[in-house]
Write a protein of this length. Structure first.
Length: 176
């Protein structure tokens, strides 16, 4: 087999198995140890205080950019498991309002370890960034106990395969 044929075969094998220099998928864990996610790049980490479910909470963010998209996993402990559905609904509404969303499509979402809540959903929407440019998003909302999670992708042109691996890698676990 010639070098060019071997290179073409390797490239085809990579494409078939979704390996890509653009998306270098890796598993990351939340500092709390109760959340695992797959991100296509090395994430930056941040924490800030936000109002959620009637109280101030620390919102933790793991996020990165790859392939023209921003991938982020955000999580917080709201302190009361009974308010998780309320928190998810408010979070979803705030996200959609912030991007002036249109064409919103929604379906149930239940990652491994997540609680079956009516508000645990996947949401695909189009909208606008703060500068008025077009943005598409695919977000998922989930909870386990008092921990609430949003996994979201923002891109100019969202491809379904971007969300597939990202959302499939989300897992909520019992604290050790």
């Amino acid at each position: 087999m010639s070098r060019s044929t071997a290179a073409a075969a390797l490239l085809a094998a990579c494409a078939a198995t979704a390996c890509s220099p653009t998306f270098n998928w890796r598993e990351v864990r939340a500092e709390s140890g109760t959340l695992r996610a797959s991100l296509p790049c090395k994430p930056d980490k941040a924490t800030r205080q936000v109002p959620m479910a009637g109280r101030q909470v620390d919102l933790h963010v793991l996020g990165c950019e790859a392939g023209g998209a921003t991938f982020a996993v955000l999580y917080a402990d709201i302190g009361e498991a009974g308010r998780a559905g309320e928190a998810l609904a408010q979070w979803k509404q705030a996200t959609l309002a912030n991007m002036r969303a249109t064409g919103v499509r929604e379906q149930p979402f239940l990652p491994p370890g997540g609680f079956a809540l009516r508000e645990a959903v996947q949401v695909v929407a189009s909208g606008q960034r703060a500068d008025g440019s077009k943005v598409e998003s695919h977000a998922a909302y989930a909870a386990r106990g008092s921990q609430v999670v949003q996994a979201v992708i923002y891109s100019d042109a969202l491809k379904p395969e971007m969300a597939a691996g990202f959302l499939a890698g989300l897992r909520l676990e019992v604290a050790a």
